[in-house]
Design a protein around this ligand. Structure first.
Ligand SMILES: Cc1cc2nc3c(=O)[nH]c(=O)nc-3n(C[C@H](O)[C@H](O)[C@H](O)COP(=O)(O)OP(=O)(O)OC[C@H]3O[C@@H](n4cnc5c(N)ncnc54)[C@H](O)[C@@H]3O)c2cc1C
Length: 268
C-alpha cells in the first residue's frame, strides 16, 4: 500500500494547478494520471489555440515563457504544462488509471489496475469533464452512409478536401473546425445551429477580451455590456440573436458565449 499525504487524480491543468499551489505551501502530493501530462490537450485538433488568453490561462506561481503568443497553441500549452511539472518538481505517475475510490478509516483508498492501492487522507479528483465524446442518438443515424465524426476525432481538413461537410453545433470547436475546413479546401461547409450563437470577439485592438470580460462580470449588465456586445452573424445568413451584451447573455443562457476571431466570423 502506497501511503501519501495528498493524492491527485489527473495531470491536466486543474490537477497540476492544485499540486503547484500545494507545493508552494510546502505540501507534497502525488498525481496519478491514466495517460500523460496534459493528455486532453495532446489529442485535440491541429490548429487549436487557447481561446482564453495566456493572461487568464496560467497556473498558480508560473508564467508562460517569453515570446508565447497571446493565445498559445495546443503544443505550447502542453509544453507549458510539462515545464510546470519540472519547475515545481511535481510527482506525476503516468499510465496509472484510478478505477475506485473508497473510504478507508480516516483516509481514502484508491485502486489502480497497474500499480495497486494508494491511500491518503486528502484526495483531489481533477479528472476533467470534457474527455468523453458524445454523439447524440439522432433518429435514423444508423442509416446515414456518409462519414460521421465527433469533433474529438477531427485532426485537420486534409481528408475533407472537396467534401460537402455539415458541422453540427456552433460552439468554439464547431466554429473553428468549420473555419479550418473552409481554409483547408472542403467544397462546401455548413454549420447547423439550434439557436443563433452568441459570439464574443477573442481580441479587440490587439488585446484579449477575456480579462476585461471577467472583470466586467462584477459590474451591472447595463454598464458592463456597453463594451462587450454579442456579435451578430446575420450578415452571413444566420438568424439574428438577441444581440444583448455578454453579462445579459451569461445571466440568461445556460452556456457561455463562443469566443471567435474576426477572421472566423467575417461574411464570405
Ligand atoms: C476543443 C477545446 C478547447 C478548449 N479551449 C479552452 C480554452 O481556450 N481555455 C480554457 O480555459 N479551457 C478550454 N477548454 C476546456 C479545457 O478542456 C479545460 O479548461 C481544461 O483542460 C480542463 O482541465 P482539467 O484539468 O479539469 O481537465 P483535463 O484537461 O481533461 O485533465 C484531466 C486529466 O485527468 C486524467 N484522468 C481522467 N480520468 C482519470 C482516471 N480515472 N485516473 C487517472 N487519470 C485520469 C485525464 O487523462 C486528463 O489528463 C477547451 C476544451 C476543448 C474540448
Amino acid at each position: 500500500m502506497n501511503e501519501q499525504r495528498v493524492l491527485i487524480v489527473g495531470a491536466g491543468p486543474a490537477g497540476l494547478a492544485a499540486a503547484g499551489a500545494l507545493a508552494h505551501l510546502g505540501i507534497k502530493s502525488l498525481i496519478l494520471e491514466r495517460d500523460s501530462v496534459g493528455s486532453s490537450w495532446r489529442g485535440r485538433y491541429d490548429r487549436l489555440r487557447l481561446n482564453s488568453s495566456r493572461w487568464t490561462s496560467k497556473l498558480p506561481h508560473s508564467r508562460y515563457k517569453r515570446g508565447t503568443p497571446l493565445f498559445p497553441t495546443r503544443e505550447q500549452l502542453v509544453q507549458y504544462l510539462e515545464e510546470y511539472v519540472a519547475q515545481h518538481e511535481l510527482d506525476v505517475r503516468p499510465q496509472i488509471s484510478v478505477e475506485r475510490i473508497d473510504p478507508d478509516g480516516d483516509s481514502w483508498r484508491l485502486e489502480t489496475p497497474s500499480a495497486g492501492s494508494f491511500r491518503a487522507p486528502q484526495v483531489i479528483v481533477a479528472a476533467g469533464f470534457e474527455h468523453t465524446p458524445v454523439i447524440p442518438d439522432w433518429p435514423g443515424r444508423e442509416l446515414y452512409r456518409g462519414r460521421l465524426l465527433h469533433a474529438a476525432d477531427y485532426r485537420n481538413a486534409e481528408s475533407f478536401r472537396g467534401a460537402d461537410v455539415l458541422v453540427v453545433g456552433p460552439g468554439c470547436s464547431g466554429m473553428e473546425i468549420a473555419y479550418d475546413l473552409v481554409e483547408g479546401g472542403a467544397m462546401r461547409v455548413r454549420l447547423a445551429a439550434r439557436t443563433p450563437p452568441g459570439i464574443v470577439l477573442r481580441a479587440q485592438g490587439g488585446l484579449p477580451t477575456d480579462p476585461i470580460a471577467i472583470a466586467l462580470l462584477r459590474v451591472p449588465p447595463r454598464i458592463a455590456d456597453a463594451p462587450m456586445r454579442i456579435v451578430s452573424l446575420s450578415a452571413s445568413g444566420a438568424p439574428e440573436n438577441s444581440r444583448s451584451g455578454l453579462s445579459l447573455w451569461v445571466l440568461s443562457q445556460t452556456t457561455c458565449p463562443v469566443s471567435a476571431s474576426v477572421a472566423m466570423i467575417r461574411p464570405s
